[in-house]
Unconditional design. Structure first.
Length: 164
């Protein structure tokens, strides 16, 4: 089996915020459409709190929830008890998308091959942040900038890990 590409998928504010009280601090329907397009048909890995915030398995995707709770289960999802176990469960597919939360992003940053970020050009209050994207490790390979119907400026930005 070949090791899948590990892609971290997130929306983050200019100040790095990705969430507050297990919800998104903004309403950006364009990002939700982009998220669906990026993840559809691929396994999605997520922490239990991220799963709880979504409230159901994401359709059209294999859902793997990572939790430390040994007895946790939910219909329509597979359960892993570590990031490493989740990656082994997803082995043999071309790409796996990790979709949160903050703790898993921190754990996975050193293992990730690609980042698919929605970068929102505004600061938000929050209690969860995305790790710093270091220019030493990451190269921007694509950027598309937009303004939402409500006037919020944002960009879909793809990064690849630099060789080495």
């Amino acid at each position: 089996m070949s090791k899948p590409v590990l892609t971290l998928v997130a929306a983050k504010a200019r100040n790095g915020v990705i969430g507050i009280n297990n919800t998104l601090p903004w309403h950006l329907p364009e990002d939700l459409k982009h998220f669906k397009a990026v993840t559809l048909g691929k396994p999605v890995l997520m922490g239990r709190k991220t799963y709880d915030s979504i409230g159901r398995p994401l359709p059209g995707r294999r859902n793997i929830v990572i939790t430390r709770q040994s007895d946790w289960q939910a219909d329509g999802v597979e359960v892993a008890h570590s990031l490493e176990q989740a990656l082994l469960m997803a082995d043999g597919v071309p790409e796996v998308c990790l979709i949160g939360g903050a703790d898993l992003y921190r754990q996975a940053m050193a293992l990730a091959d690609a980042l698919r970020l929605t970068e929102i050009d505004a600061d938000f209050a929050g209690d969860a942040c995305f790790p710093e994207v270091s220019a030493t490790d990451w190269q921007e390979v694509a950027r598309s900038s937009f303004t939402s119907d409500k006037g919020l400026q944002y960009a879909f930005v793809d990064y690849q890990r630099k060789p080495g």
